[in-house]
Design a protein around this ligand. Sequence first.
Ligand code: SF4
Length: 417
Amino acid sequence: MDNKSTTTELLAPAGSLEKLKSAIHYGADAIYLAGQRYGLRAKATNFNDDEMVEAVRLAHAEGVRVFVTVNIMAHNEDLLDLPDYLHFLAESKVDALIISDPGIFRLTRQLLPEMKIHISTQANITNYQSALFWQDMGACRINLARELSGVEIAEVCANIQAKVEVFVHGALCISYSGRCMLSHYLTGRDANKGACAHPCRYNYRLEEEKRPGEYFPVEEDERGVYIFNSKDLCLLERLPELLAMGVDSVKIEGRMKGIYYAAGIVRIYRAALDFIKAVQQENSDIVPQMPSAFMDEILKLGSRGYSQNFFNGQAGPDTMLYSGPKVTQDYVPAALVRSDSSSVEVEIEVRNVIRPGDELEYMGQGLANFPFKVQGVRSDQGTPLEQANPGLRIFLIADRPLDWQCHGLIRKVRVVA
Ligand code: SF4
């Protein structure tokens, strides 16, 4: 079994190689991802076998660990190809597998006794005896259910030797950590196989059998009722407490999220962990308060509303988003930096239309933002462009030199039409 960590790991999602590179750029210590089989989030652009090998190579070159989800609730037929896949993952040198199904766990232990196994949040571990059960079975890390309070998390940390991993940021389920049939019933897409259509976020109304098409609002307000629609989790302000409890890894949800959001969140949590470490190097007894600058940055990335879920005890109505499935977003992604540069000119891949005169912001590592004005854009042949459209790889000329780094992000203020 691994020893307990001395520093807390930042564990980031990656739905593609590009997202993996940006997550590493912005400071992830470890990445979790899925292959095209056996991982939840079937819609995420999961890694094919070649990409998996490349992901491990890239991550290990930067000293970053790679964990692969094999966390579906398996039926018998799902087991047929599983041995081949498990051997492939071992040969790919992934650092651990994330598993929830006891059958997959058992098979993995038989076939790959050396492979490290992390227990997925899908296993719904809500007490230290459950954690000890999986520890006794050979798991080296436990991801706790998202339904635990801070006090309960601390009790688990104090009672097990296996590492403890806690989700600190991302989408929540109205059901127990994703164990839910709502999507399967309503859309035929099984959340337990990674295909959730998020029907918990839908607007529900009542229809009387003899009046088809006539919908009766079940109203909280005039927009209808979003009875299952939970806000997103954000425990950034509780990070110092989680670290003091002995949590070994803080995990960000979001393999299906866009690169701007996912990498942007990694960047902020990296800065937050570094801030706490710096404060505690001065005085290890201090459990610092998080400055508001961290939350301000999180809010710039867009939000469905944030909650601390069960951290303070029972989650209540304030954890729900009754007013609609809305996302508030003050900034939108503008481009991805494609090469290092320390001049006014940098190669970028455009994500939103960019024109000369636009005011943009380069997101440096840490919380540093660098506003600049676009002086011009040109094609790779050198032709000046009036505007650069999404998908184009072009050269941007800024009004001042910046320390551009490949895989960094550029954003702009969202213009509301
Ligand atoms: S429908 Fe909602 S509660 Fe159910 S698995 Fe999907 S996201 Fe979670």
